[in-house]
Ligand binder design. Structure first.
Ligand code: 9WN
Length: 446
C-alpha cells in the first residue's frame, strides 16, 4: 500500500536528495561539505541505507568505494581520504596519519589508521532487502561477501586476543561517539605533558562553534593516541604490548558487530553460502555482551574499561542499543525500556522529539554539545529498530515520526536539541538526509 504524502513532505524529500547530491564527491558521499570532506566508514553504511530506496547504483558505489580503502589485514579504516589537495578543511589529514608507509594499507586511496563501528554487513543486507533490482543486489552482495568476512575476521583476530567474543576499541573516534561522557574517565587517566602532544592545529572549530564540539583537552588526547599508533606503525600487537592507554569493550561497537554477523548469515543464505559460522559468532558475542557489559545497577549495558577492569558508569543512549542485535533477554529489555521511557531520556507521551544521547538528569548534560546530550538520528534509527524487535511499537513510532519531523523543524543537521528540535553541528549532514529518506520510503510502502 502506498501512503498519501503531502506537499511539505515531498519538498523535504527533494531537499534530502539535494543534500546527498551536494555532498557527492564523484565517487562517494561526504558526510558534510567542509567539516567532513572525506569518506567516513559508518557514515557510508548509513548513507547507503537511504540511497537504496531511489538510487541502487549509488548505494552500492558508496560501500564499494569505502572497501577500496580496506587494508590487507582486513581493517576497514574510519576515513578514506578524498585526496591530498582537498584535505585542507579537515585535521588530521593523510599527512598526519602517514599510513602511506604502512605495508598493510593500500597505496591508493589514502586512509586513516583506525576503524569505526562495523555496520557494513547490515547495510548490504538492507540493500538486498530494498533493492529495485534484486539480481544486481545479489551480485553486489556476492562481491562484498569476502571483504565483509575479512573485516569481521580482522576484528576477532586483532581486537579480541583472548577470544572472549568481545572486540576492543582503542580510540574514542573508533566508537563514532567522539566526546561521549563514556570516555571522560579513561581520557582523564592519560596525563600528558606538552612534549607528549604533537604540534597540531584544529580545523573543526572553523566550521562549527567550539561550544558544540569536543574540548581542546579531548583533542590533545585524540591526537596523542593517533601519534601513539603511528609510532608503532599501526601494529596491533605492539600497540597492545606497549601499554596502549585507551582500550575499551564498547557496547555499541560490539552490538553492531553482533548484528552484522547475523546480517552476514542472512546474506550467506541468500547467495548460497554456509551461514553457520556467522551465526556462531553472533551467539558468542551475544553471550559475552550479556555476561560482561550488562550493568545491573543502571539497567542498561555499559562499556568496560580494560585498563581499570571496570564497567564505565555513564548513562548514555548506546546502553539501550543491544536490542538492535536481539541481545537482551526479555526481562533486561523491559528494564532498558523502563529507563528510556523516563524524563531522564524521553517519555513516549512527552513532547520531546526522541532519545537524547545522554541522561538529562546528569549535571554535565548539554542539549547542544555533540555526543553529550543532543539527539542523533543514526542512534535513534538504531534504537527504533531495536524497539520494534521487542514489541515497543508505540515508542518506535514516536522515533520514526521524529526522524521525519526534526529535519522539517530545522533542516538536515548533524544533531538536534531534544526538546526544541533546533539543529546543531554541521548542516547539510548526509546521514540525517539518508536516514530521513529510509524512514520516509519505508513508511510510504508499508
Ligand atoms: C572523527 C563523520 C564523523 C562521524 C562520527 C562523528 C564525527 C569525526 C570528527 O564525524 O567524528 O571521526 O572529526 O569529529 O563523531 O560519528 O562518523 O560524520
Amino acid at each position: 500500500m502506498t501512503a498519501f504524502v503531502d506537499t511539505a513532505r515531498n519538498k523535504l524529500v527533494q531537499s534530502a536528495k539535494k543534500v546527498l547530491n551536494r555532498n557527492w564527491s564523484g565517487s562517494f558521499t561526504k558526510p558534510a561539505q567542509h567539516l567532513y570532506p572525506h569518506q567516513w566508514s559508518w557514515d557510508a553504511a548509513f548513507i547507503a541505507i537511504g540511497y537504496i530506496h531511489y538510487d541502487q547504483d549509488k548505494a552500492e558505489q558508496e560501500l564499494r568505494h569505502l572497501f577500496s580503502g580496506q587494508w590487507s589485514n582486513g581493517m576497514v579504516p574510519h576515513i578514506v581520504f578524498n585526496n591530498r589537495e582537498s584535505s585542507d578543511t579537515y585535521f588530521p589529514g593523510p599527512d598526519f596519519w602517514e599510513t602511506d608507509r604502512i605495508p598493510q594499507a593500500p597505496d591508493a586511496p589514502l586512509t586513516s589508521g583506525i576503524c569505526q563501528p562495523p555496520i557494513h554487513a547490515t547495510a548490504v543486507h538492507h540493500i538486498l532487502k530494498f533493492a529495485q533490482d534484486f539480481e544486481q543486489a545479489k551480485e553486489f552482495a556476492s562481491e562484498m561477501f569476502t571483504q565483509l568476512q575479512q573485516w569481521h575476521r580482522y576484528l576477532y583476530r586483532e581486537r579480541d586476543p583472548m577470544n572472549e567474543g568481545l572486540v576492543y576499541i582503542r580510540h574514542p573516534w573508533e566508537s563514532g561517539q567522539d566526546n561521549s561522557p563514556v570516555w571522560d574517565q579513561v581520557l582523564e587517566q592519560i596525563r600528558l605533558n606538552d612534549v607528549d602532544i604533537p604540534h597540531y592545529k584544529r580545523k573543526d572549530t572553523a566550521w562549527v562553534g567550539s561550544d558544540e564540539r569536543p574540548t581542546d583537552a579531548d583533542y590533545d588526547r585524540y591526537i596523542y593516541l593517533v601519534d601513539f599508533f603511528k609510532k608503532r606503525n599501526y601494529e596491533e600487537k605492539t600497540i597492545r604490548q606497549e601499554n596502549c592507554p585507551f582500550m575499551v569493550h564498547d557496547v555499541l561497537f560490539n552490538t553492531l558487530l553482533c548484528r552484522a554477523n547475523r546480517d552476514l548469515a542472512a546474506i550467506a543464505e541468500t547467495i548460497g553460502h554456509d551461514p553457520e559460522p556467522f551465526k556462531k559468532r553472533a551467539e558468542q558475542t551475544t553471550r559475552a555482551i550479556n555476561n560482561k557489559l550488562w550493568n545491573k545497577v543502571y539497567g542498561i549495558y555499559s562499556d568496560f574499561d580494560m585498563l581499570s577492569r571496570q564497567l564505565i558508569p555513564a548513562k548514555v543512549i548506546s546502553g539501550f542499543l543491544p536490542m538492535v542485535a536481539d541481545i537482551p533477554e526479555d526481562d533486561k529489555a523491559k528494564r532498558i525500556f523502563d529507563y528510556l521511557n523516563t524524563r531522564c531520556f524521553c517519555r513516549v507521551d512527552d513532547t520531546c522529539f526522541a532519545a537524547p544521547s545522554y541522561d538529562r538528569s546528569e549535571a554535565d548534560y548539554s542539549s547542544s554539545k555533540y555526543w553529550r546530550g543532543p539527539v542523533w538520528l543514526n542512534m535513534n534509527w538504531l534504537l527504533c529498530d531495536g524497539l520494534q524487535k521487542y514489541g515497543f511499537t508505540r515508542y518506535a513510532e514516536k522515533i520514526n515520526e521524529s526522524i521525519l519531523r526534526l529535519p522539517a523543524t530545522s533542516g538536515f543537521h548533524e544533531y538536534y536539541d531534544p526538546d526544541s528540535g533546533e539543529g546543531y553541528g554541521s548542516d547539510g549532514f548526509s546521514w540525517s538526509a539518508s536516514l530521513f529518506l529510509d524512514v520516509h520510503y519505508r513508511m510510504l510502502n508499508e
